[in-house]
Ligand binder design. Structure first.
Ligand code: OAD
Length: 239
């Protein structure tokens, strides 16, 4: 099947790669929904990844994100990220990366114009709209930085459950999905919308790359069971 997909890739004028947490698994970033080792294994996402959770327990949620930030800062892009970026350099403008990942590894591998649908864990933003006083923030031990005057808090610049996706990135991703001949769906369980909806709405062929069954397998023209780090170099490499 890998050879068939390679021939589809050769023919495809426009390609979208939609990635999820499994794309970064071989870099050492834990995925979300693994019953034993996943980030959500011991608690419900609503306890951490929502605005209400942050307002209720800002120090706990901030600490959890600080731990993830520190872990992500130590890892490197893997062979899958590098194969994607190398393909884009050889074929400018032909492949668009749309990612649910907040780890920045596609960007660090050298992929241009990555559409990061769920934000960027390395960045912060104000919790409430910035006021005139909110220019500086004061870091506090274990607490999110805050405005000394009004108390507005800094929060991670990621999309939490119940929040809108960044409109520009989502619109560009929808355009790319509508226009592509082939979509590679890599390392995502396909459970979170609207990201998963991109694979359901494309008119192009859909190829799932994942070692396990996913919710998008039924929408796929081909399912390749294997890891991103081994299959993407085989699919996108020169040879
Ligand atoms: P999940 O944790 O739901 O799924 C990760 C997928 O990666 C699973 O299908 C695994 O089988 C697969 N996988 C594991 N190792 C892999 C490897 N080496 N190569 C390829 N695939 C591998 O993560 P996402 O689908 O990304 O949202 O989750 C989607 C969203 O839900 C995340 O962006 C996050 C989460 O809650 C927000 O935080 C808003």
């Amino acid at each position: 099947m890998t050879e068939v997909v390679r021939s589809w890739l050769r023919q495809a004028r426009r390609i979208v790669l939609l990635s999820g947490a499994g794309m970064s698994a071989e870099s050492g970033v834990p995925i979300f929904r693994d019953a034993q080792a996943g980030l959500w294994a011991n608690f419900r996402p609503e306890d951490f990844a929502t605005e209400a959770a942050f307002r209720a327990r800002p120090a706990m949620v901030w600490d959890w994100y600080q731990m993830r930030r520190e872990a992500i800062a130590k890892v490197e892009p893997n062979a899958g990220h590098l194969a994607v970026a190398a393909f884009q350099q050889r074929h400018p403008g032909r492949l668009t990366v749309v990612t649910q990942n907040v780890d920045g590894l596609h960007q660090r591998a050298g992929s241009p114009g990555v559409l990061a649908l769920h934000g960027n864990i390395a960045a912060d933003q104000w919790l409430d709209p910035a006021r005139a006083c909110c220019e500086a923030s004061l870091p506090g031990g274990g607490q999110p930085p805050s405005c000394a005057t009004c108390g507005n808090l800094r929060r991670p610049a990621v999309v939490w459950f119940g929040e809108m996706l960044p409109q520009r990135e989502l619109a560009l991703a929808q355009q790319a999905a509508a226009a592509c001949d082939l979509m590679l769906v890599v390392g995502t369980s396909g459970l979170v919308y609207p990201a998963a909806g991109l694979a359901r709405s494309t008119r192009g062929k859909v190829v799932v790359v994942n070692p396990e069954a996913t919710d998008l397998d039924d929408a796929a023209d081909a399912v390749l069971r294997g890891s991103a780090g081994s299959l993407l170099p085989a699919l996108l490499g020169d040879g």
